[in-house]
Structure formats: C-alpha cells, structure tokens
Design a protein. Structure first.
Length: 151
C-alpha cells in the first residue's frame, strides 16, 4: 500500500512503484481532471505540481515521489497562485476546447508561485512544452500577466 499527500489529503492506494502518477490519479483515485495527452511528456496535458513544481505525471513513477506533496487541477484553487490563475482564465475566456487547459493552469500557477512578476521570457520558459492545438497562446500569456498583476 502506498500513501501520498494529494491536494493536502492523504490518499492510499495499491500500485506498482513504476506506475506513472497520471494513472494513479485517474484510474486508482478517480481524479480525472489531469488529462492524458501524448504519454511521453511532450504536450503538457498531464501537468501536475510536485512540491510546487510543474511536472509531467505521464512519465513520473509514483515510487519517485514518496514524501512529496502533489497538487492537481482539483486542488490548485486552494493555492494563492491557483486562485489568481483560475480567475484570469475565466476573465479572459482562455479555454477553447479546454483539453490542455488543466496542464496550462498548473504550469502557470507554478510559475506565479515562484516568480511573482514574470516577464515574457519567464512565461515562455515556464509554458514551453504545454501545447494547445486550438492556439490560445495569446490569451494564455495575457491571463498569466493579468494573474501576476492581481487584477
């Protein structure tokens, strides 16, 4: 039996240590907000935070995160940066199809938690690899800037 802290709560489950965190979240714990995209850590749809850092859960073995705190899209609204990012996403109507947006929000919230006033190069670095097939990049950047400004 493995126990992890996910969104501030202890969750126990039975899984092999090499099972990707994504499948633990979705299949074993029923937390379907984190999405499967490419399965090779290239698209960002599966992004969660581990100890506040954005990581790709599709390639992260659950055995590698034993005593670390995991935050998913279901829990990001309990963080200061998450509240700001979610508000900005809604205010600017960022989502189009929405499939990638959970990963985008997780990466943006991690950025703002680490860098209160990111410039364009900070945003580019933090959001690199988070792919949006609908092309909402302009609205994503604007939302991150709005969230950073506190509006």
């Amino acid at each position: 039996m493995t126990t992890l802290t996910i969104n501030g709560e202890l969750k126990s489950f039975d899984a092999p240590s090499d099972m990707p965190l994504l499948w633990v979240l979705r299949d074993l714990l029923g937390m379907t907000g984190t999405k499967f995209g490419c399965g090779i850590a290239q698209c960002g749809a599966c992004t969660v935070q581990v100890d506040g850092r954005a990581v790709r859960s599709c390639v992260l073995p659950v055995g590698a995160i034993a005593d670390r705190a995991v935050t998913t899209i279901e829990g990001i609204g309990a963080t200061a940066a998450g509240v700001k990012v979610q508000k900005a996403w809604l205010d600017l109507e960022v989502a189009q199809c929405g499939y990638c947006q959970m990963g985008q929000i997780m990466a943006a919230a991690a950025l703002l938690a680490a860098t209160a006033n990111p410039d364009d190069s900070d945003i580019d670095a933090a959001m690199a690899g988070n792919i949006c097939r609908c092309g909402t990049y302009v609205r994503i950047r604007a939302a991150i800037k709005q969230a950073a400004s506190g509006r």
